[in-house]
Write a protein that binds this ligand. Sequence first.
Ligand SMILES: Cc1cc2nc3c(=O)[nH]c(=O)nc-3n(C[C@H](O)[C@H](O)[C@H](O)COP(=O)(O)OP(=O)(O)OC[C@H]3O[C@@H](n4cnc5c(N)ncnc54)[C@H](O)[C@@H]3O)c2cc1C
Length: 377
Amino acid sequence: MEHGYKNIAIIGAGASGCICAYYLLKSGFEVTLFDFGSPLRTLLPTGGGRCNLAHAEYDFKELAKNYPRGEKFLYSIFSRFSTCDTLALFEEIGIETYTQDDGRIFPTSNSAKDVREKILTRIQKAHFIKEGVKEITPLDSGFKIKTDKAEYLFSHVVVSIGGGKSIKGLKHSLIPFTPSLVGLNADIKELSGVVLKNVYSKDTKLNGDILFTHFGISGPLTYKISSIKSRDRYPYKLCFDLYPNDLSLQDLLNANPHKEIKNILSKFFPHNFVKYLLSNDSEVKAHKIDGKTRDNILNRIHNFELKITGANRGEETVTAGGVDLKEINPRTMESKLHPGLYFTGEVLDIDGFCGGFNLQNAWSTAYIAAEAISQAE
Ligand SMILES: Cc1cc2nc3c(=O)[nH]c(=O)nc-3n(C[C@H](O)[C@H](O)[C@H](O)COP(=O)(O)OP(=O)(O)OC[C@H]3O[C@@H](n4cnc5c(N)ncnc54)[C@H](O)[C@@H]3O)c2cc1C
């Protein structure tokens, strides 16, 4: 390999690999992208087909707080490439964006397909090899890449293969993969279809709605809980306060002595849930409720426990786990074990909440790697 000449391979033509290619091509480098599937197809289902490409959090430390794994590692990365830079990148590519009330940023076209096409148009000069990479062998100078069909030599390699994947030949340690942003299995099928509004999850100190499903619980609050507790062993218990505003049940009973307790509580909770919560006490009239029963009901409301038996596998949008961050330099995304090798995106042990944070990680780490390769000796 000629001294100073860089021929660069990017393994994985997903969100991160393609944006890394974009920046490298812009700096005038030759880039080869490998993928066993068509490039950027992984973008198509994002944001329900609308591509939630970033989140309107403009303070890089606040932004990093949305990553249960990777927060500190992302400081130096986000201090150099965060939400503003993402918006500038998309403007440069010809994609207008808008911000929803909840802070999620989408393309004005509301079309992941459109985002995909625009990015692909900008990286047309990259060589694309539709082959899966089986093994990367570090050489004295550069790397040998083995696919199912051939072998190739490159001076620099970027690994952007996404979550839950690995490639043979490297010394890197992998933190075990666990599903994140996923529904949780709980043995409480009789509540399927019930929604409890604005409950408080005591374990994670988060508020939100719980949606009971045929497998357990789901919805944005559950996804966040699944992310925070992604590495906990199943089964575990979750405890919720279902009515965080103080509920003076005694006052309600006093005010409605001849009403059945189920009718009093139906003002606050869905009918099916009240039946479940009260079981045998459901039809007792208010004036017949003694202090012990009242405290018992209140305890069930303020300390509602669910036994979580697993994740609803197959539904996860990201995986926690991946290449150990201790082995990566966050200023360059370069491997500390194999100089000239870089990692970007979800292959790393970084994952964020729903809301555009996972794609932000893909774009930011891609930029940092491309810049480091451009400046490498
Ligand atoms: C349904 C769904 C919706 C989502 N919505 C959002 C959203 O709205 N906003 C958000 O921020 N995040 C969202 N995410 C998460 C986000 O899509 C990912 O975090 C992001 O795509 C990760 O980018 P990446 O480039 O690291 O990996 P990917 O985009 O997964 O790309 C990896 C690529 O590498 C290729 N590859 C893997 N192994 C090899 C190999 N051995 N050889 C060659 N190629 C290989 C794969 O084929 C793939 O094309 C969503 C995820 C899912 C599943």
